[in-house]
Design a protein around this ligand. Structure first.
Ligand code: SF4
Length: 138
């Protein structure tokens, strides 16, 4: 059993109200239980919602609002679910400001430029000893 970014499983939870179903993730879901989580929704943000990127460790919307508290609240809830089910591995959406692991969008909203770093949920999970994979690791 693993936790998985809900958008990769086809749930329409992204900022733009869409999903990004990933073939390998869906294939894995046929073989083992993948529990969908969306930390941004779980942190109280609506869908659709303004795009967010990380700037100096803060989650900032495209119109300049700081939503770091929502991102952190959602991250804590994902960690709680992982502990509840004794989960040691999660699969998260690469480059997202919440879920990205190893690289994230660079804070310029330029549509694809990335920098090294972890999303706020990925970071909290890693700090708590949980292995984070992305869809690109499958
Ligand atoms: S927060 Fe994570 S699960 Fe939610 S839409 Fe963004 S990448 Fe997908």
């Amino acid at each position: 059993m693993k936790l998985c970014s809900a958008c990769l499983l086809g749930l329409a939870c992204r900022y733009n109200g869409e999903s990004v179903p990933h073939e390998k993730v869906l294939h894995l879901a046929e073989k083992e239980v993948l529990i969908p989580v969306c930390p941004e929704q779980m942190g109280g943000l609506p869908t659709p919602r303004p795009a967010v990127e990380l700037k100096n460790g803060r989650a900032i919307t495209i119109d300049g609002k700081d939503v770091t508290e929502n991102f952190e609240a959602g991250a804590r809830q994902v960690l709680e679910i992982a502990r509840l089910y004794d989960i040691d591995t999660v699969i998260l959406k690469q480059r997202s400001p919440s879920c990205g692991c190893g690289q994230v969008y660079d804070g310029t909203f330029s549509g694809g430029s990335v920098v090294s770093g972890n999303g706020i949920t990925a970071k909290l999970l890693l700090e708590n000893g949980i292995k984070v994979l992305t869809e690109e690791d499958l």
